[in-house]
Design a protein around this ligand. Structure first.
Ligand code: NAD
Ligand code: UDP
Length: 390
């Protein structure tokens, strides 16, 4: 490329341009990864998804983007499309993000959830193994399930010992609820595909990395019900709370909002994936936690923080009653269950790739809620001001 400085990998070697088949490229994480690859690298992307709304700003060639020859959208459903194999064969690296990954679906659409996260990923793994293509597969922190500490009585001192809550890729067991708690259909399907990929590595030499995201959040995550998604749809917590704030409704706390989560800014997390892409020798054969252990809050604290920040960025007064309690049965229906606490151990990603998250929870919520307000506030006003039909 004319004048572009040669970029080096972590071991000082020049980075060769890759062709990357990115499946699920039109989703939240995919859209940020596509941006990163277009804005900051010379790699090419074969972007596979059924939707392209979230990457349309990268695709429209009439704008003459400098990267337009490096990104190509392929609208296909990997459940049943013979073109997938050809696209994988044309690539140097496959990144699989495609999944049903919204908790409201796990207990209400368990069959779709299991098929999407296990069965539909099988051909991807098989084609990679057969054609010797490197695979970066997206799993989830949810494969850890519940912490060992959650089985101790409420104020037991051992709860504070890291070995009772810290989640380590190569040590911590995976603890799921009973089969009638269909919440765990997702985690179980993801666990089995991880085991299959690991076995393909061990028996057939597949070069793989597995990513376990810990609540990555930021702009373009999910949808705002009734605006760019179904009015009855239930997205993940960031979009649920954003929707409540935009509509001046109290935020709903499921079962008291006592569960704990660590949230990482999508832009920090994408940096970790970027390092995996460009440092195969350091990344292959590893499972990576990617999260921010310093950003832990209860869901209740998250609600309070988002309320404060939204008041600041929107200039609108906050609600007198900012939250309401709902039971998980009311909110999600039969078969819901929850992860109690998720703190990622960062040793492996730190040693292999030198990655650390940077953005505090306050800062990442401030930039994300600024985006939500800019993107949706007017549309919500229009939608709620509609005169009632006569
Ligand atoms: P997302 O729903 O925004 O993206 C998934 C994309 O895959 C969507 O655009 C969807 O249309 C596409 N897709 C699904 N099935 C498909 C099919 N059959 N054919 C073609 N495309 C299909 O979700 P996301 O947050 O970007 O998550 C991406 C991956 O990361 C998922 O595997 C998810 O399980 C995992 N993950 C994400 C998080 C997080 O914090 N965001 C946490 C844990 C795991
Ligand atoms: N949650 C909540 N209110 C909402 C949406 C979610 O209290 O409106 C809770 C949910 O029960 C869970 C946490 O927020 O404890 C995170 O939910 P999310 O859907 O983001 O996914 P998870 O982290 O469970 O995979």
């Amino acid at each position: 490329a004319s004048g572009a400085a040669v970029r080096l990998d972590l071991d000082g070697r020049p980075i060769q341009p890759l062709t990357i088949c990115m499946i699920g490229a039109g989703g939240f994480i995919g859209s940020h990864l596509c941006e990163k690859l277009m804005f900051e690298t010379q790699h090419s992307v074969l972007a596979v998804d059924v939707y392209d709304d979230k990457i349309r700003h990268l695709l429209e060639p009439e704008n003459g983007h400098p990267w337009s020859s490096r990104i190509q959208f392929h609208r296909l459903n990997i459940k049943h499309d013979s073109r997938l194999e050809g696209l994988i064969k044309m690539s140097d690296l496959v990144i699989n993000l495609a999944a049903i990954c919204t908790p409201a679906d796990y207990n209400t659409r368990p069959l779709d959830t299991i098929y999407s996260n296990f069965i539909d990923a099988l051909p991807v793994v098989k084609y990679c193994s057969e054609s010797n293509k490197r695979l970066i597969h997206f799993s989830t922190c949810e494969v850890y399930g519940k912490t060992i500490g959650c089985f101790l009585p409420k104020d037991h001192p051992l709860k504070n010992e890291p070995e009772f809550y810290m989640l380590k890729e190569n040590e911590t067991p995976c603890i799921f609820g009973s089969i009638d708690k269909q919440r765990w259909s997702y985690a179980c399907a993801k666990q089995l595909i991880e085991r299959l990929i690991y076995a393909e590595g061990a028996e057939n030499g597949l070069q793989f990395s597995i990513v376990r995201p810990f609540n990555w959040i930021g702009p373009r995550m999910d949808f705002i019900p009734g605006i760019d998604g179904p009015s009855e749809g239930v997205p993940r917590v960031l979009a649920c709370f954003s929707n409540n704030l935009l509509r001046h409704e109290p935020l709903k706390l499921v079962d008291g909002g006592l569960s704990q989560r660590t949230f990482v800014y999508i832009k920090d997390a994408i940096e970790a994936v970027h390092l995996m892409i460009e440092n195969p020798e350091r990344a292959n054969g590893h499972i990576f936690n990617v999260g921010n252990p310093n950003n832990e809050v209860t869901v209740r604290q998250l609600a309070e923080m988002m309320t404060k920040i939204y008041t600041k960025v929107s200039g609108e007064p906050s609600l007198e009653v900012p939250t309401v309690d709902v039971t998980s049965q009311e909110f999600y229906g039969e078969g819901y269950d929850d992860s109690d606490k998720r703190i990622p151990d960062m040793t492996i990603i730190n040693e292999q790739l030198g990655w650390n998250p940077k953005t505090s929870l306050w800062d990442l919520l401030e930039s994300t809620l600024t985006y939500q307000h800019k993107t949706y506030a007017e549309a919500i006003k229009r939608a709620t001001a509609k005169p009632a039909a006569t």
